[in-house]
Design a protein around this ligand. Structure first.
Ligand SMILES: Nc1nc2c(c(=O)[nH]1)N[C@H]1C(S)=C(S)[C@@H](COP(=O)(O)O)O[C@H]1N2
Ligand SMILES: [Mo]
Length: 366
């Protein structure tokens, strides 16, 4: 598979399947995501461009510029000393997770189920840094800048995204320098990345070296046309695509993943089958998860554990009676607004974003 992964990268990610792409893109199987906090070796990697050369973390500087009264230049030590250091446990999901299941297929990284993980992120609130810089009246959007470069347009940034200023000022939005209690690994944007719980992974800029404040929606790399944008009116396969009818993805839809048992399982009949996994969503909390062991003919409401944090995923579990024969597990989460995951067809859009089709796991009881 053509990926430029150095041996050390491959060694640190033994549980990823690398996608056929020049950039580093790898995901684990659903069964590797069974822990509440996804370990580093199973956490997916999504790069749009190259791996930037990162010097010593102590030399890293974050510039804060644009629509602010006092531009700042901060080291990691400045950040940790000058602002409260906080932990947020939150799901990070690529907007393209599940793209491989769209029909008809769409181009782009063919993620299956694994472009998602949940980690404890440690850093400072973006809000606190912006308060120090002092927003001007014109400030309405952030712009995130990093040193990684495109593999197809030499010299151009790989990705430069932003978020509405309201989300930048929300308490969950961080500039993070640690993941699950360890210094943020370079593959995940170390030494400093943006953490935007509830928003797609594209908003979680890695290797952040400049936080610019803008007086308009940011129009950086991968923020224009149909990139990480969804149609605002119904659009089917083959319809003419007008980028004017697309909007930036903000909150991710409700979704769930069965992590136990693994696909292809064999269950001994006579005792109930333990089924468990995770449910998460963007702005609207998860309300419940229902499970089926017969492909959706009958349903059982799963137990749903409390969330460890507002944007952490929640454990669902149930013990299901299964007769001998094929077992077809299906999980459907719903949010507090009453929205269910679709059961049959992935929500189609030209770039295959936000596919929250219900997860199915097949096995056998014998
Ligand atoms: N600088 C930079 N940040 C980035 C990206 C990138 O290509 N460059 N990819 C984004 C996308 S699309 C996703 S899904 C997440 C993936 O984060 P991870 O690699 O830590 O899992 O990083 C985001 N941040
Ligand atoms: Mo992504």
């Amino acid at each position: 598979m053509p990926h430029p992964a150095p041996d050390a990268v491959l060694a640190s990610k033994p549980r990823l399947r690398w996608l056929d792409d020049d950039a580093l893109n790898g995901e684990p199987d659903a069964a590797a995501l069974d822990a509440a906090l996804t370990p580093e070796d199973a956490f997916f990697v999504r790069n749009n461009g190259d791996m930037p050369a990162i010097g010593a973390a102590g030399d890293w500087r974050l510039e804060v510029s644009g629509e602010v009264h006092r531009p700042l230049s901060l080291t990691l030590a400045d950040l940790a000393r000058d602002f409260p250091v906080v932990d947020v446990t939150a799901v990070l999901e690529c907007a393209g997770n599940g793209r491989a299941f769209l029909s008809p297929p769409v181009p782009g990284a063919q993620w299956r189920h694994g472009a998602v993980g949940c980690a404890r992120w440690t850093g400072v609130r973006m809000r606190d840094v912006l308060e120090r810089a002092g927003l001007t009246e014109a400030a309405i959007y952030t712009a995130h800048h990093s040193p990684d470069r495109s593999l197809t347009a030499p010299g151009k940034p790989a990705l430069s995204r932003g978020i509405p200023i309201e989300k930048a000022l929300a308490p969950e939005t961080l500039l993070a320098f640690a993941m699950n209690g360890e210094p943020l690994p370079a593959l995940h944007g170390g030494p400093l990345r943006v953490v935007v719980p509830g928003y797609p992974g594209s908003a979680w800029q890695k290797w952040l070296d400049r936080l610019e404040i803008r007086d308009c929606e940011h129009d950086g790399e991968k923020m224009r046309g149909t990139d990480y944008r969804l149609p605002i009116k119904p659009l089917g396969p083959g319809d003419a695509v007008d980028p004017a009818d697309f909007a930036v993805i903000t909150d991710m839809p409700v979704k769930s993943l069965i992590t136990t048992p693994a696909a292809g399982f064999t269950h001994a009949v006579g005792r109930p089958l333990g089924v468990a996994g995770w449910a998460w969503s963007g702005a609207t909390p998860v309300a419940g998860v229902r499970l089926s062991a017969d492909g959706g003919a009958t349903w059982t409401e799963a137990d749903l554990a409390p969330a460890a944090d507002t944007f952490a995923w929640r454990r669902f579990s149930a013990a299901l009676a299964v007769p001998a024969g094929p077992v077809m597990l299906v999980a459907v989460a719903r949010d507090l607004a009453g929205r269910d995951q679709p059961l049959d067809a992935a929500p189609w859009n030209p770039r295959g974003y936000c596919n929250n089709l219900a997860h199915r796991v097949d096995g056998v009881a014998a």
